[in-house]
Design a protein around this ligand. Structure first.
Ligand SMILES: [Zn+2]
Length: 464
């Protein structure tokens, strides 16, 4: 009995021990499991935070010369007069803040496109004229170089020549924007870990890339790039192949002189299509000629350049909607021309007239310049501008006797300025802050007022 009881007690003791052991084991398993679970959650959480805060693709659009008067002016230019409200534009919709544009102290407060592009590509302020170099003329790493080194695909799509200040300051380095041939050379000669800086380059520039002393187009072809020289060839280029597309001697013709009044959109579409890949891409798109219209004080060309950009941004906006891992940031490098939406004390700005134009003011002026007879010239101006000129307007046109393209261009522009009540204060740049637009992953990081160098630093921080 005693023995039996003892055995039983022993059994009970063993069972208790076993139970304790199971408890402890369960506890440990639980702890380990919870830790693992916690670690797994942490991983998932940080991955999702990373994915939410870090874009896979970056599309950086720079509208050269697009100060606030341009985005505002475009709103009224694009307004549908048949409706009571002023319609929202893509510039209104994506607006998040502004950026200051001043260059390094040596160049004062008013930047040029080279210093501004260097700030936007590298986060470093430099002197006016600097292409991807700091104030001591030392090369600084650009966004495209950083992206290329990290394994992204990279590209530029612009309406200027691709060795012009803005794209040049993303692609390469030179102490002066004016060294066009040297810049073109270095776009081929320079490598990032043995690779070309950009997989896709679309814009103008035959003059610099197909020279007597060097055929850089042929060199790119030999290096495996597909080359096209017409915009309508772009859709048939094999997806994913490195691509060089040059579509003009220097810059592309004005948007106003294209049949659809558009040419940036097909470049942007083709660049995005070519660059898409698993790792991600970084693409710089430039509406280069908003600035050129500003320098020329040509409001008609300016508004239609803005329309070309607007269509491009609407396409990119839809692209980000369907590719939510993409970040779109849009800004300008500075404002140009001191564009004013009203003049001479009158409370009127009326851009509607620009919609009636089928050709750029420059092309109309060139037509007028071909006509010797002053009376015939006035008649031709009425036909080309689809207007009836007053006696004073006819006389001012007839007073231009020499075959002076500049004088005819000035006359056409002045006529359109008076018709639309547009003012200008300079044929150069101004120091006003520029708009910042953003959409997609991490777009909120670009809200508020910031410096142009901050834009580059924020974009650069996403590249891993
Ligand atoms: Zn400029």
């Amino acid at each position: 009995m005693f023995v039996r009881n003892l055995l039983r007690e022993n059994d009970l003791h063993r069972m208790r021990l076993l139970a304790d052991l199971i408890d402890v084991t369960m506890f440990l398993v639980d702890r380990i499991f919870m830790k693992k679970l916690a670690a797994a959650w942490l991983c998932l959480f940080s991955a999702s935070v990373w994915a939410e805060t870090t874009p896979k693709n970056i599309i950086f659009v720079i509208s050269d010369g697009m100060g606030p008067a341009y985005t505002t002016g475009y709103r009224y230019f694009a307004d549908d007069p048949a409706t009571k409200e002023v319609e929202e534009t893509v510039f209104d919709r994506l607006y998040v803040g502004s950026a200051s544009t001043y260059p390094a102290p040596v160049s004062g407060y008013v930047t040029d496109s080279a210093a501004a592009a260097t700030a936007l590509s590298s986060g470093v302020k430099s002197y006016n004229g600097a292409i991807g170099v700091d104030a001591d003329k030392q090369p600084v790493q650009t966004l495209l170089e950083k992206a290329k080194a990290a394994g992204y695909k990279t590209g530029v799509a612009v309406t200027s020549q691709i060795n012009h200040a803005t794209p040049a300051a993303f692609l390469t380095h030179n102490e002066s924007r004016r060294n066009y041939n040297a810049i073109a050379d270095s776009i081929f000669d320079q490598r990032v870990n043995g690779q070309f800086t950009a997989d896709v380059m679309l814009g103008g520039g035959w003059l610099y890339f197909q020279r007597k002393d060097r055929d850089i187009v042929q060199q790119f072809k030999d290096a495996g790039y597909t080359y096209v020289d017409k915009i309508d060839q772009l859709p048939s280029v094999k997806q994913g192949s490195p691509l060089l597309g040059l579509f003009a001697e220097i810059g592309l013709p004005w948007a106003l002189d294209y049949p659809q009044k558009r040419r940036l959109l097909p470049l942007a579409e083709a660049a995005v299509h070519q660059l898409e890949n698993d790792k991600g891409f970084v693409l710089m798109i430039e509406a280069s000629q908003v600035d050129w219209a500003g320098h020329a004080n040509d409001v008609a060309a300016a508004m239609v350049e803005m329309a070309d950009l607007s269509d491009t941004l609407e396409w990119l906006e839809a692209y980000v909607d369907s590719h939510p891992d993409t970040l779109l940031v849009v800004t300008a490098d500075h404002s140009t021309g001191g564009l004013t939406l009203a003049r001479d004390g009158e409370y009127i700005w009326s851009p509607e007239f620009i919609h009636t134009l089928d050709q750029s003011p420059k092309t109309i002026a060139d037509e007028l310049g071909k006509i010797d007879d002053a009376k015939k010239r006035a008649a031709s101006a009425e036909k080309l501008l689809k207007v009836e000129l007053t006696k004073d307007e006819k006389e001012s046109l007839e007073a231009i006797t020499a075959k002076d393209d500049k004088a005819f261009y000035a006359w056409v522009k002045h006529y359109i300025d008076l018709k639309t009540h547009t003012g200008w204060t300079t044929d150069g740049h101004t120091a006003v802050d520029v708009p910042v637009l953003a959409k997609g992953v991490a777009a909120s990081k670009f809200a508020g007022n910031q410096d142009n160098t901050d834009l580059a630093k924020k974009l650069g921080s996403f590249i891993q």
